[in-house]
Design a binder for this molecule. Structure first.
Ligand code: MIC
Ligand code: SF4
Length: 639
């Protein structure tokens, strides 16, 4: 067996490890972050389970850490009291980004983890089988229920030779994105293998598994080997280690090879992570802002490299350089080694250990500004500045841009040879800022400020669905298009009536108004609809406004699951040319829809005099959800 099969087989509760079959997995750990966590715990609460049934669950606060009003602070207190009550460890604001902290302090090889954030596969760098999911799926896992996925295709990414010069782990994942695009990983798990893995540290591996999310992959993973062991020993967690290597004769559904020796520093262009060029190709573009951090590149090693490059230089007068360390551990050690002084002296601005600019929580660039970031996403408008342009790259390329004020190959700024990064033998371990749950949760009262609004009941599917086309969009619509993030919107993550007002705001300013005048709506789209974040709000917002179905050429996995969870019917075109038969404002009629889906009969869409068949891929469990109007209606109905 390969590494994935070994872990899946140990956690398989039902189904078979055959590509395309629905399988149910036992989940050992869960993580939530604040921006999706409030919904997760509201749903967990509705399940009436006294205490989480996972081996370990952690609730992180890392996204909405700017409190410009009471809203985010209300949410944080709500989360802290929920954690205390339900048996969850609480990691408050300031401890760091959930994925980086989970890697350091909680992840363990061979275990399964599900998180209400799409970058949960970061701990795949430790040999964990890690999935991003909607909050509801995470709540179900916390309640002891299995996690359902369609058994993916397992692709071996065979890494050969070694990185040379200024090429880095970030360039490995950028190369994969260049080759496969943002939809190339749908329905796939990438298992990284080959001798070259021995040349990559756990945090380098985690950079790769983190950003493999941008391929649309179900997850990605490295084996657990001596390097994993060394990482865990430094974290004082040697007992969490177990070796998990692929068997010699293990087979894969597919294989890709990357020769690390051929890689050069790469950079992805606005506004999609797969628009990858070599840095050399686009040298000379002037830069306004450089951000180093995010769950992709904020480890101690990444920040130490940035600090080494900062020694004795000053950043360009036209650039604002900001650093957001991934964890309190990384920040403390940077301070101990005096690397922090080097960064501050060169002109860097220090932000707290959190997602920060990555999610538009501050640091929005100037109008039409150019921002070079070590992050994983560059979707239009995500920074909070609609016409800003984001380029994604490694910390070395980012530092070169900060010093020169333009995109430039690091060797032209810092010489042919990158500095050698030597990390301390012992890491700084201090778990006092993780708060343990109460012994008896029943006595803990959950705090609810006025920003915590409970979810409404949604009605189920009727016999016939007649829905107006409320929006027609193209390929690769992201969840940032559907329900944006940013400092103005994020504070309403636990207030659906309020946040729904922002739905598709940047795509079509009339969308919300249009929805308010119709009974039922349908959205029509192209390929990879819903890529990006796991935010359930991208399903809840449209559902609240009356959207009952989404008809597209293909979906991104997490978003499709979220739609079903909230009773929105996901449909796909069988013949993609039918997309052209539909216009904004048309009425699409699905007759006898309930009976048709129940009895697995062909479903036809009637629109403007045409009729064509559409596909619905729903398991019996998912059909029940759609008929009931989503999982909350099922729970509240006592089923
Ligand atoms: C993101 O990177 O888009 C986020 C913000 O971390 C999201 C979760 C969210 O929308 O809260 C994600 O990746 O799932
Ligand atoms: Fe946070 Fe950005 Fe990572 Fe999402 S991608 S978890 S916003 S740092």
């Amino acid at each position: 067996m390969n590494v994935c099969q070994k872990i899946i087989s140990k956690h398989l509760l039902s189904g078979q490890m055959l590509k395309g079959q629905e399988i149910a997995l036992k989940i050992d750990q869960s993580l939530t972050q604040d921006a999706t966590g409030t919904m997760t715990y509201l749903q967990f609460e509705a399940m009436n389970v006294i205490k989480v049934k996972t081996e370990l669950s952690v609730s992180y606060v890392d996204h909405n850490t700017l409190s410009c009003g009471f809203e985010n602070s209300d949410d944080h207190k709500f989360l802290q009291t929920c954690a205390k009550k339900f048996g969850v460890i609480f990691s408050p604001a300031g401890n760091g980004i959930c994925h980086q902290v989970h890697l350091e302090r909680f992840g363990a090889p061979g275990k399964t983890v599900i998180g209400s954030d799409s970058h949960t596969p970061t701990t795949g760098g430790l040999g964990m089988l890690a999935f991003g999911a909607g909050g509801l799926d995470v709540a179900c896992a916390m309640a002891g229920k299995p996690f359902y996925i369609t058994m993916p295709e397992i692709v071996k990414v065979h890494l050969i030779n070694q990185l040379t010069g200024w090429a880095s782990a970030k360039d490995i994942i950028l190369e994969l994105l260049r080759r496969l695009t943002v939809k190339g990983g749908r329905g796939k798990i990438f298992e990284f293998a080959g001798k070259a893995c021995k040349t990559l540290s756990v945090t380098e591996r985690a950079t790769i598994t983190n950003m493999a999310t941008e391929l649309g992959a179900t997850t990605s993973i490295f084996a657990s080997d001596e390097i994993t062991k060394d990482f865990l020993e430094k974290q004082n967690r040697a007992d969490a280690w177990t070796e998990i290597l692929p068997d010699e004769n293990s087979s894969y559904d597919n294989e890709i090879e990357i020769d690390l020796a051929q890689l050069k520093p790469l950079i992805s262009m606005p506004h999609s992570p797969d628009l990858v060029r070599t840095v050399e190709e686009i040298e000379g573009i002037p830069v306004d802002q450089v951000c180093i951090g995010s769950c992709t590149n904020s480890s101690l090693a990444d920040l130490t490299l940035a600090a080494q490059l900062a020694k004795g230089v000053k950043i360009n007068e036209n650039v604002s350089l900001v650093i957001s360390p991934g964890s309190r551990q990384a920040l403390s050690m940077l301070a101990q080694s005096r690397s922090l002084t080097d960064l501050i002296k060169c002109g860097a601005r220090l932000l707290e250990c959190a997602c920060g600019p990555c999610i538009g929580m501050g640091q929005s660039p100037k109008s039409a500004g150019i921002s070079v970031r070590t992050f994983n996403r560059s979707f239009e408008g995500r920074t909070g500045t609609k016409d800003a342009q984001v380029f994604l790259c490694s910390p070395a390329v980012a530092m070169a841009a900060a010093v020169k004020g333009e995109i430039i190959d690091p060797q032209k700024v810092f010489g042919a040879k990158p500095p050698e990064i030597v990390l301390p033998k012992k890491f700084f371990i201090d778990d006092t800022q993780f708060f343990a749950p109460a012994k008896s949760g029943q006595v803990v009262e959950i705090y609810r400020g006025p920003n915590i609004v409970s979810l409404p009941n949604f009605s189920g599917l009727g016999d016939t669905l007649s829905a107006q086309v409320s929006l027609k969009v193209g390929d690769n619509i992201t969840t940032d298009h559907i329900l944006p993030a940013g400092a103005k919107v994020l504070p309403y993550r636990s207030n659906l009536p309020k946040i729904s007002e922002f739905t598709f705001g940047a795509v079509d300013a009339d969308f919300v108004k249009r929805c308010k005048n119709i009974e039922a709506g349908i959205i029509v789209g192209g390929h990879n609809y819903g890529q990006g974040s796991s935010r359930e709000h991208a399903a809840l917002g449209p559902r609240y406004l009356g959207i009952r179905a989404v008809l597209v050429k293909s979906f991104a996995r997490i978003h499709q699951a979220n739609l079903i969870n909230f009773g929105i019917l996901p449909l796909t075109f069988i013949d993609e040319s039918d997309y052209d038969k539909i216009s904004l404002g048309s009425e699409i009629i699905f007759e006898n829809i309930k009976d048709t889906i129940k009895n697995a009969k062909p479903l036809f869409a009637k629109v403007d005099g045409a009729a064509f068949e559409v596909r619905y891929d729903l398991s019996p469990r998912q059909k029940d959800l759609i008929f009931a109007g989503g999982v909350l209606s099922l729970i509240r109905g006592g089923k």
